[in-house]
Write a protein that binds this ligand. Structure first.
Ligand code: NAD
Length: 454
């Protein structure tokens, strides 16, 4: 399989894809390894993860360079991702013992009762390319701490990063038969669906997630899905600082070249502050530097996948055809690399694909609304339910809107944010189940009830 640099279109290297046979052999090894790993004490398992945490810091420059080379995010953002992943790992290191230790419920009387948290077994972690470290550690770290073995399928657009993760986990002390990668495209992921795994943990698109959920349903094992979004941001007329609000919104749209599941994908602004917001947003957006993601001054690198250029152009053209106005960007720059200009459209409405389909690029539509009721109706006019942000000078007023959102996360005066201490989950087509927080520790174990008499 060729690994292509999306900024230059050069071939970085070629790697060997797994075959049906190697996938089967790795699964058999994982089945044996998991039984032993489950007998290792929780403290020792956590100590190994602590070593992995240290190794990520030690090798961060090399890891960040690989990530930027294979998926195109600006180098500083790759370093930020590694720091963010370490913060999440630290959360698991510090909190797992509390949520995985045996829990005594009744210690007096004739029958004593306790809950023991047992691993699921060998789990599949089928992952995305946009934040391979962040979305990866959400799954494989608590899974390993919980005593599971992990069959990790990195995205075909983040395979080198997947191999780095495997090497460092093994170096840290995770036995090689407790963590293995399945290298390849969707077809290799498909092979994991055929195996009798004890759980499926997927991060990726709604289309693939739905397919996987249907395919593994009859196995009667946990299937968690972290899927896409079309996340709204609403600016009320009482915001205190319109420039800061525009800066926040812009970062929420374009960070990671717009390829975040919780990226801001549509903006609604109350009419009183609409012109000021659009002016501030466009002024700041026009200053963004597009270019080589290895350059320190670059804000916007390439998209990770070539076909995404045509996809975004189609959304822009569809919107313009239905009456939208381009305020900035809107084109594919000339030259090598899968770049797309940071783009702002106004005069937009919900008949346009731009306002309904996940864009996954540095593109946004800004729509004027007359009041909170109209904003709520438009924010909720979506098949997705990942996050929603409200900017306002008044928390009670913002909270009244936040309560109406059918989303896993809501934000007041911030956006595009994930915290290790809070559950990360989606409603509707954004997913099933939660990672992070204590829910994300317990997601990889199953409770066993002990009734102890005598
Ligand atoms: P994708 O669905 O194309 O691929 C995800 C993974 O599934 C890849 O590893 C791929 O090889 C594998 N795959 C593809 N077909 C398969 C099949 N038939 N059987 C098994 N595996 C298969 O998604 P992507 O392009 O990698 O990721 C982008 C999407 O992920 C966006 O929609 C984004 O919003 C979403 N995402 C969500 C979160 C979240 O936390 N909710 C985080 C990151 C990304």
């Amino acid at each position: 399989m060729q690994i292509i640099n999306p900024a230059t279109e050069a071939i970085i290297t070629e790697i060997t894809e797994d075959t049906t046979l190697t996938v089967k052999e790795k699964f058999e090894a994982l089945t044996i390894g998991q039984r032993l790993w489950a007998t290792v004490s929780l403290e020792e398992r956590i100590a190994v993860i602590q070593k992995f945490y240290d190794l990520l810091e030690l090798h961060k420059d090399e890891l960040a360079n690989t990530l930027t080379a294979e998926m195109g995010k600006p180098l500083q953002q790759s370093l930020n991702e590694l720091n963010g992943a370490r913060a999440r790992i630290l959360f698991f290191i510090e909190h797992s013992a509390k949520y995985l230790s045996d829990e005594w419920i009744t210690t007096e009387g004739a029958t004593k009762e306790k809950i023991v948290y047992e691993p699921l077994g060998v789990i599949a972690n089928i992952s995305a390319w946009n934040y391979p470290y962040l979305v990866g550690v959400n799954v494989f770290i608590p899974a390993l701490i919980g005593g599971n073995a992990v069959f990790y399928k990195p995205s075909e657009y983040a395979s080198l990063t997947g191999l780095h993760i495997q090497n460092l986990l093994h170096q840290a002390g995770i036995p090689s038969n407790c963590f293995q990668t399945a290298i390849g495209r969707g077809g290799v992921g498909e092979q994991l669906l055929q195996l009798p795994m004890d759980g499926y943990f997927f991060t990726g698109s709604y289309k693939t997630g739905k397919y996987i959920a249907e395919k593994v349903a009859s196995k009667m094992v946990p299937c968690q899905l972290e899927l896409g979004g079309k996340d709204p941001l609403y600016v009320m007329d009482d915001v205190e600082d319109i420039n800061k609000t525009a800066a926040d919104a812009l970062e929420g749209v374009v960070y990671n070249n717009g390829q975040s599941c919780c990226a801001v994908e549509r903006i609604y602004v109350q009419e009183k502050v609409y012109d000021a917001f659009v002016d501030a947003y466009v002024a700041q957006c026009s200053k963004l530097v597009i270019g080589n993601p290895l350059d320190k001054i670059t804000d916007i690198g390439p998209l990770s996948r070539k076909e995404q250029q045509a996809f975004l152009l189609n959304q822009v053209n569809d919107a313009v055809g239905l009456g939208a106005t381009i305020m900035c960007g809107g084109k594919i720059p000339e030259g090598k690399g899968y770049f797309f200009e940071p783009t702002v459209l106004v005069n937009v409405h919900h008949a346009m694909k731009l306002m309904k389909e996940e864009s996954f690029g540095p593109v946004v539509g800004i729509q004027k609304v007359k009041d909170d009721a109209e904003a709520i109706q438009l924010m909720q006019d979506t098949a997705y339910g990942l996050t929603a942000a409200v900017y306002s000078g008044n928390f009670e007023r913002a909270e009244a809107v936040m309560k109406q959102m059918v989303t896993g996360s809501v934000y007041w005066n911030c956006c595009d944010r994930v915290s290790a201490a809070l559950p990360w989950s989606g409603r509707k087509q954004s997913g099933l189940g939660a990672t992070l927080s204590y829910q994300g520790i317990r997601a990889f174990v199953q409770p066993k009830a002990y009734h102890i008499r005598g």
